[in-house]
Write a protein that binds this ligand. Sequence first.
Ligand SMILES: *Cc1c(COP(=O)(O)O)cnc(C)c1O
Length: 232
Amino acid sequence: MGTIAENIEEIQREKAQAAERCGRNPEDILLIAVTKTRSAEEINEAIRAGVTDIGENRVQEIMDKYDKVLPVKWHMIGHLQTNKVKYIIDKVSLIHSVDSLRLAEEIDRRAAQHGRTMDILVEVNAAGDEAKFGVGPDSAEALISDILKNCENIRVRGLMTVAPYAENPEDVRPHFHRMRLLYDKIASEIVHPRLDFQYLSMGMSNDRNIAVEEGSTAIRVGTAIFGARNYR
Ligand SMILES: *Cc1c(COP(=O)(O)O)cnc(C)c1O
């Protein structure tokens, strides 16, 4: 591992190479630095090195760090409990982890109170992994239709998935491939003013380049930037 800045540079270089291997524009793929367990100082180092977007998976960490971190776009990437939506509604620019109409309705209600439209992704459990959150691939389109019908203050911007951990990241390629097909299908089938697909959020430290090859437009990278996490 190098410094945080060196690691970011290397990740951007690999991202560009993976994009070029399949004829994509590297600029169409957002790097989200996943900052869970990291200090505000470490996060600011990443922002000074060019990171524009950061991802947290716990509401409490967003609240603790929000005022200590330089201006940046915050992403909620972890499971979100309905009763905690109110704490982050004015802080995050994209919620990646919507997996029920009930959660979407609470986001909608809180967004209305703040006079904003909230951008969300629907989390899909691509591998049918029982330990993971998200809706099954077959339920994603129906959930999106329900959200569009019931939640006026939400814009649906795409899909997110957490692939199962695999020793060999090639093993998760089929999941990413199916996610891309699902993303394209929904984007072509649902025509709605509040459906504006831009983000297919998939790929983490160990499988990010394969995710890019399979069509990811947002990779969420923690360990490869900051090193191994120490959970407190
Ligand atoms: C922690 C986390 C990541 C980043 O994982 P790394 O392996 O450290 O890159 C990405 N997405 C989600 C949802 C996470 O919780």
